[in-house]
Design a protein around this ligand. Structure first.
Ligand SMILES: [Mg+2]
Length: 371
């Protein structure tokens, strides 16, 4: 079995593709339900989580786009966090010019600051939103075996848009979980052991995060559902975009089903709220564990995307894998992967029309279950 790490079972390239495609699939599946309570989402879309954005197909939002921008910047500057941040800041500037339909408030303000001349280390705004966490998994899989590089790249990526340390700790936890999943078999992921390792890894956890990790430990020990854990955090009407809500719930969903991509993503999306981001984060972490080959084929085939197509994301994985080997072999740089950017604007205009259509759809029956 040449080229296959003996202890982990899934080949490295498949794990990296699993993060990219897992993020895209979770994002696309969650997007139609974004902002709805679990009750209302269930009444409109039913219990089954499937592609439902446009004629049974799915499209991706900022979560996947930023993950791809981070991946491109990792190729541009694989071992220098400062140059990585400069590259990512430029990609974010032009991303905003493409008129994306969904952009978090903190992220929009920070990119506006980049455009008026702030550098990537001073453009961030004080926000504890989940923007940095939603793009963190790809850093985790690429720097899976280098904790200090993971930490400095997460810091660099976070500070471009968010200065609140809670946003950075949450993003680090996503990267840490992704690295954890990427370096073992799924059946070796023991929730209590992961949580103990996470507590040590986040060395500067504040009181709130420590308390949440304790609640997670208690719930994991009882083996209860992610729904019950979310209720304990007060999230019965949907998971919020606050980093300390989004990330613990996403981690819990993954820990409940580390080897079952479909179950983990379905469970977290059924909780409602910021479902594209919770779906994307769980998809990224779980994708690192099971690999792209462990993601339901119909979910990948159901993506309707360009220029960031499934084939393009596979090309990204093809380049990242030799650049970030995990077996001690020297990195082989194959350079950046360009994007057919002239297609972005027409794609985004169509995407905006589809998303607006969903907004109107929500004004119609069946009602019940709140927003
Ligand atoms: Mg989104």
């Amino acid at each position: 079995m040449r080229g296959m790490p003996p202890s982990t079972g899934v080949v490295r390239r498949d794990r990296i593709a699993g993060v990219l495609l897992g993020t895209a699939v979770g994002d696309a599946l969650g997007l139609p339900r974004e902002g709805l309570s679990p009750q209302r989402a269930q009444r409109i879309f039913g219990d089954d989580v499937r592609h439902a954005l446009v004629h049974g197909r799915g499209m991706v939002s900022d979560d996947t786009e930023h993950t791809c921008l981070v991946a491109q910047s990792l190729l541009a500057a694989p071992d220098d966090a400062t140059r990585f941040a400069e590259s990512l800041a430029w990609k974010l500037r032009f991303w905003l010019l493409g008129l994306p339909a969904g952009v978090g408030l903190g992220t929009a303000r920070a990119i506006a600051k980049l455009w008026v001349g702030f550098g990537p280390s001073s453009s961030g705004v004080c926000s504890a939103g989940n923007g940095p966490a939603m793009r963190a998994a790809v850093v985790g899989v690429c720097h899976a075996t280098d904790r200090s590089a993971m930490r400095s790249f997460i810091r660099a990526s976070t500070r471009i848009t968010h200065t609140d340390e809670r946003a950075e700790r949450a993003a680090f936890l996503v990267a840490f979980a992704t690295a954890y999943a990427a370096t073992r078999r799924a059946d070796e992921v023991v929730p209590a052991m992961f949580l103990r390792a996470a507590r040590t890894a986040v060395w500067d956890a504040d009181e709130e995060l420590s308390g949440i990790l304790t609640v997670m430990e208690e719930h994991v020990a009882r083996g209860v559902s992610v729904q019950e854990f979310a209720s304990a955090l007060g999230l019965t009407r949907g998971v919020s975009g606050y980093a300390y809500h989004t990330v613990p719930v996403a981690l819990y969903a993954w820990l409940s089903h580390p080897g079952d991509f479909r179950a983990a993503v379905t469970d977290v999306i059924r909780l409602g709220g910021d479902t594209d981001t919770t779906g994307a984060i769980v998809g990224g972490i779980c994708g690192a564990g099971v690999g792209a080959s462990g993601i339901p084929r119909a979910w990948i085939d159901g993506l309707w995307e360009w220029p960031r197509s499934v084939a393009w994301m596979n090309d990204l994985a093809d380049r990242l894998a030799p650049q970030f080997p995990d077996d001690g072999s020297p990195p082989v740089s194959v350079g950046e992967l360009p994007l057919a950017w002239p297609l972005v604007l027409p794609r985004n205009v169509m995407f905006l029309a589809i998303v607006l259509g969903h907004g109107f759809r929500r004004l119609l029956p069946p009602y019940g279950g709140g927003t």
